[in-house]
Write a protein that binds this ligand. Structure first.
Ligand SMILES: [Zn+2]
Length: 78
């Protein structure tokens, strides 16, 4: 079974756009959830780092590999 190159390309672009939007979304979550100085998240009140931050960091790291965003430097330095 042969997949036409054009179809493959459009799927790659669609995935890159999806990855880009995922990175943007999780960065917004990370911008909201921050340590409040007492060891808790100032947004949701959970023990820092809250699960949204742990999940968000993982997702940004994961999707940055395919995101189109130029400033999305692959998060390999952490
Ligand atoms: Zn939180």
């Amino acid at each position: 079974m042969v997949t036409p190159v054009g179809v493959y390309r459009s799927q790659v672009v669609a995935f890159a756009q999806y990855a880009t939007s995922q990175v943007a979304h999780h960065r917004q979550v990370l911008a909201l959830h921050r340590a409040d100085g007492t060891g808790c998240c100032r947004h949701c009140g959970r023990v820092w780092p809250c699960e949204q931050v742990v999940h968000g960091r993982h997702m940004v790291d994961h999707f940055s590999e395919w995101a189109l965003d130029d400033d999305a430097t692959p998060a390999r330095d952490t």
